[in-house]
Design a protein around this ligand. Structure first.
Ligand code: SF4
Length: 230
């Protein structure tokens, strides 16, 4: 597989949160500069920035995971489903652990991943054309990164409003912030100043979304706040 990094840490979000896990960050992303958020892992795909990249065989990864002693693996990126053939091989080799795949939602999982009840999908859609259909609903969570781009925000609001309740109930919003200060600034109404031309409709949209949202980061959290896009 073409990788960016591997490490052991604690899963910090969505399904698997709080679990000791072996992380596999794959190299490469099919969205790259077309992505609608400020990517915090450009080092996994942006060749112009000298993206990190090395190869490991599935057998080598198998040995590392077993040696780590954890019972959870997070496969993130970049976009890991670009290499889902190798992911299938890896999942088939190791039994008794849970797999959490973090994806931008543009690539449908193959049947072997769709049907494996130890494989979970933490989906962070980045395109308005996102369709949750290909993902197994009972093992998927949909996380929308809330950015200051109101056009993106409004399109999500409209899309999500028309989705079935079962999908809405598995949908989260996450402020795009790396520090507590950025987090505060991203939230309305302070992010949208009174002079903003979009202020009235935008504030209303933000307000409604906040009402729906179950933010992954508590408003009163005192911890430092970072997030992974996928
Ligand atoms: S945020 Fe995710 S989908 Fe967007 S460019 Fe970064 S790795 Fe790719």
């Amino acid at each position: 597989m073409k990788l960016c990094e591997t490490f052991r840490s604690i899963q910090g979000e969505l399904q698997g949160i709080g679990r000791q896990a072996f992380f596999i960050r794959t190299h490469g992303c099919n969205l790259g500069n077309k992505c609608t958020v400020d990517c915090d892992t450009r080092y996994s795909w942006d060749e112009a920035l000298g993206a990190m990249s090395f190869d490991k065989t599935v057998a080598e990864l198998d040995a590392e995971i077993v040696a780590s002693g954890v019972d959870a693996v997070v496969i993130t990126g970049g976009e890991p489903l670009l290499q889902q053939g190798d992911i299938v091989d890896l999942v088939r080799r190791i039994h008794g652990i849970d797999w959490f795949i973090e994806t931008n939602g543009t690539i449908a999982p193959v049947e072997a991943l769709h049907e494996n009840d130890r494989v979970y999908f933490n989906v962070s859609p980045k395109l308005a054309s996102f369709n949750p259909g290909p993902f197994p609903l009972e093992r998927s969570i949909f996380k929308h990164v809330v950015t200051p781009r109101i056009d993106v925000f409004l399109s999500w609001e409209l899309r999500i409003a028309s989705m079935p309740a079962a999908i809405k109930h598995r949908t989260y919003f996450m402020p795009a912030s790396r520090t507590r200060e950025q987090y505060s600034r991203t939230l309305p109404p302070s992010r949208l100043g009174a002079t903003s031309t979009a202020s009235t409709s935008a504030r209303g949209a933000y307000g409604r979304l906040r009402g729906q949202a179950r933010s992954l980061i508590p408003l009163n959290s005192s911890s430092s706040m970072t997030y992974q896009n996928e």
